[in-house]
Design a protein. Structure first.
Length: 460
């Protein structure tokens, strides 16, 4: 049975039933990186340096995984719109194309990135001390690239068919397995940093198998079935997913640039310590942005389905409820960040100086996190309705504000205050997005209604 009827169920209940499992799934998925970093940070004698090395790998690996967002988030809203139009045949084609595109993408990534490992890691901030740890983790993790891309990318198509709880279960499976295997491989088998990466690859394999077995079931609305590849469909998926891909890529470029700035201005004396601090801050920010993205990304299926069906009143009501949900979440995370961050930091380090520096940096970085919920929903909402030409510039405006601040702040203040760049972007981004949304949303929905009216007239 379908868990949620996207076109008929009550909007408040529908938002809750999809947003909560999607939020939990993304919250749990953060534990992949946090658990790795937590155990790595407590490896005797080398913990802090190993943590800095893995922190350098983090944005690179996430950028690679963003290919899954490119295909998954590119295809899933398209499939939701086709389901709203009752076009099952086209929906099946989109799902099949996403599968082979993810397989091809993972093969190409492994082929081109492996030879560039050392120069790439050095470019992104690895020092002579941290490079061995970064290289070991990166090379091992890359072996699981197909599993990572397929588990994340294809899970979007599970959620887009109304199976939000099943999507959550696939993430839970991998994360629980990762938590269980990490201490075994890192400490019991004495594999250190390599053990953390091996545990993650095995966990991603389990999630990948779970998702694919579900999507091959003939009893679901849109199972995976073979069809003839068409450049038109592949191109549409790539175009639709370009916005979320570039958003994730830009986020990771920001982290890479942040590490380079910290290493440059911190110098030999403070550089590695500042990167370790940034790694922990970024881990905390993932607790905000990943579940928030789960809320807005998971509920895209509500917006896409009802937009495809021409039920524009349900689109507006859904967005209002999603924004409320986002603001409640970001408000809770703001309070936690300002009052309870030492508990989080102690998961990674017991160093008093590093704990104090990181606590101050988390409090700074989250000062304007509440309006970030609006930014996420408006950008993902435009994407869900096929309006990539609006979603992309709105997202990049926020990135531009961040980059500008990141380079300007160290010129006038101590380098540790670069975390204020997050505050600047979290204020300027939502201000512009809200203004654009209010100007264009009624026109977008009006055009959709007019298009469907013309289609119905032609058919009759």
């Amino acid at each position: 049975m379908i868990e949620n009827d996207l076109g008929k169920d009550s909007i408040p209940k529908l938002v809750r039933r999809i947003a909560i499992p999607s939020m939990i799934a993304q919250f749990v998925s953060v534990l992949y990186s946090i658990v790795d970093r937590m155990y790595i940070g407590h490896i005797p004698e080398i913990g802090s340096l190993a943590l800095a090395g893995v922190g350098i790998c983090g944005p690179v690996l996430t950028m690679i995984a963003s290919v899954a967002s490119w295909i998954g988030i590119g295809g899933a809203p398209l499939m939701s719109i086709r389901l709203g139009e009752k076009n099952q045949a086209e929906a099946r084609k989109i799902l099949f194309h996403a599968l082979w595109m993810l397989c091809a993408g993972s093969a190409l990534l492994m082929l081109f990135i492996y030879p560039l490992t050392d120069p790439m890691l050095r470019l992104f901030g690895a020092s002579d001390t941290t490079l061995p740890y970064a290289r070991t983790y990166f090379m091992t993790y890359m072996a699981g690239t197909p599993f990572a891309l397929l588990s994340v990318g294809m899970n979007q198509f599970v959620i887009s068919q109304g199976y939000a709880r099943t999507g959550m279960q696939s993430v839970l499976l991998g994360t629980v397995l990762n938590i269980a295997l990490d201490p075994l491989f890192i400490f019991a088998f004495d594999m250190g940093v390599r053990g953390a990466a091996v545990a993650t690859v095995i966990s991603q394999l389990a999630s990948c198998v779970f998702v694919l077995v579900f999507l091959f079931r003939p009893t679901i609305p849109v199972p995976i079935t073979r069809c003839r590849p068409q450049a038109r469909i592949a191109g549409r998926i790539l175009l639709m997913g370009l916005t979320p891909f570039l958003i994730v890529a830009a986020d990771n470029i920001m982290i890479i640039v942040m590490n380079a700035v910290l290493q440059h201005y911190g110098g030999a004396e403070r550089g590695d310590m500042l990167i370790t601090c940034a790694t922990i801050v970024q881990s905390f920010m993932l607790l905000v942005t990943m579940p928030l993205g789960g809320i807005t990304g998971g509920t895209q299926t509500i917006l896409g389905y009802n937009y495809g069906a021409g039920q524009t009143d349900r689109v507006i009501r859904a967005q209002r409820h999603i924004i409320k949900f986002c603001l409640i979440f970001t408000s809770v995370m703001f309070l936690i960040s300002q009052t309870m961050n030492p508990l989080f930091i102690r998961l990674f380090t017991n160093d008093p100086a590093l704990t104090e520096l990181t606590g101050q940096s988390i409090r700074i970085a989250t000062l304007a996190v509440i309006p970030l919920g609006i930014q996420y929903e408006l950008v993902d909402g435009f994407t869900a309705m096929g309006q990539a030409e609006l979603a992309l510039p709105l997202s990049f405006w926020r990135k531009i504000a961040y980059f500008g601040s990141l380079f300007i702040i160290p010129l006038f203040w101590d380098v540790q205050y670069v975390f204020f760049a997050e505050v600047v972007s979290d204020i300027l981004g939502p201000l512009v997005s809200i203004s654009v949304y209010l100007l264009v949303i009624r026109k977008i929905l009006g055009r959709r209604t007019a298009y469907l009216a013309r289609q119905n007239h032609t058919e009759s």
